[in-house]
Each structure stands twice: as structure tokens, then as C-alpha cells.
Design a protein around this ligand. Sequence first.
Ligand SMILES: [Zn+2]
Ligand SMILES: [Zn+2]
Ligand SMILES: [Zn+2]
Length: 258
Amino acid sequence: MPDIELTILGSGTSTGVPMLACQCPTCLSTDPRDHRMRSSVLLRWNETAVVIDTTPEFRLQLLRAEQRSLDAVLLTHNHADHIHGFDDLRAFTFGRDRGIPVFGHPETLRWMREHFRYIWEAKQIGGGLPKVELRPVEAPFSLGGVHVVPILVKHGILDIYGYRIGDIAYISDVSHIPESSFALLKGVRTLILDAVRRRPHATHFHLDAAVAAARRVQADQTYLTHLNHDFLHGDLAAELPPGIAPAYDGLVLHGTSD
Ligand SMILES: [Zn+2]
Ligand SMILES: [Zn+2]
Ligand SMILES: [Zn+2]
């Protein structure tokens, strides 16, 4: 039963916060917790390091976390804010014989194969390509001795994944959690959950929907992520009920595998 350490690498929505060209109070805030890179987490247990998503700030996020090796990538889905740092995986693959395994929904990985086709259809050697192996998953699997459970959720009309690793669950983009997935979240002690903004949203939980889902899951502690500039960290922290708090970049959490 290894201890799992989770670092929030980014807690921001697709634009990041501050958002380009915005001068709202959150975007002008000097509180470092209001500076949100795109949503991603790093998980470490024993000798294993795993990242969920490769955001446009992937390189900066991994430098900040002082992470010097990577054993696997879990992808939630193929939106730009979650995958556009994918090419920067190559620095972690220099000198490796085998590629880094990239796990995800079969549809997500089919799309990755098409979107990043230069990786698999390179015409000449040189310049360096990320060495990656796409591994579609539709059921729980083992990673470094720990049980990883893909949690199918609706993100608008898309079927995408959150992940449960031990007693921690991460769901960054979601507008509906099916009953079968609520069942997979039973017993989760730490939940990291999408709350994109204050007003309802077609493809994400807004604040009230996130709080309602968090109440249903009943984790000891829920952290809200994928936050936009509606939220000043200090204000949101003060208004949330006990057991629910805003995530912020650099936050470190702990869990246990089953
Ligand atoms: Zn997103
Ligand atoms: Zn703003
Ligand atoms: Zn998305």
C-alpha cells in the first residue's frame, strides 16, 4: 500500500489565469494562488512518476515540480489545454529504449495518433521525437503496482476520462457523472473536481454543480480545479462549505493505494 503524493501542476481553465488581454481583479491579482496554469497533476509513489495530461505549460510545470523522470502519462481527453505540451515529453524519453506509455480512452488516443501524426510518420531521423506508446484502456489497470481506474464522464457530448488512483480521484473536465461512475468513486478520500466558473456551462460543472457532486461523492476533502477568472482564491476559499476548497498550483496532497 504505497503512499501516493499528488502535486497540482495547474488549476486553471483553458485560457489560464491571468487570461491574455484581461484586466479583471483576478487577472491583476498578486496572490500567487490566482495564477493558474492549465489543469494537470503529477502523481508519485515509490519510484513511479505519472502525469495526468500534457498541457501547453507542461515543460514549465515539470520544471517547477523538479521532476526529472516520467514513467507514464494518463490523458483525460484531447482538448488543446490538455495535450498541447505533448511534444515536450521527448526530453523525458531521450536515451530510453522503450517509449513512455500514454494511457487514455480509445477515442482520445485515436485522435492523438491523427493529430500528432508526425510522431509516428517521421520522414527523417533528427530533431528528436517523443518516444511514446499509445495504450487504449477501458478498464482498471496496474501501474507501478498501483490500481488505476479510468472514470468515464460526460464533457458535453464527449465521453472522456477522469482517473482514480488509490483513494484519490481526479476529474478535471465534466458536465455529467453517470451513475456507474459515481459507483467507482465510492470511498474516495480526496477528490479533485472541475468547477469552471460561477454561471452554468454547457461542457463543465459550474460552481454549484461541482459542490452538489462533491456532496454526493462525500470525499473527506474536495479541491476545485479548472477554475477561470471568476474566482479570487481568497474569496472562493471563504465561501465554500467545510470539506471543499479551491485547488491552486503547487498544492501537494497525499493518498494511499488500495
Ligand atoms: Zn479543459
Ligand atoms: Zn480576468
Ligand atoms: Zn475539455
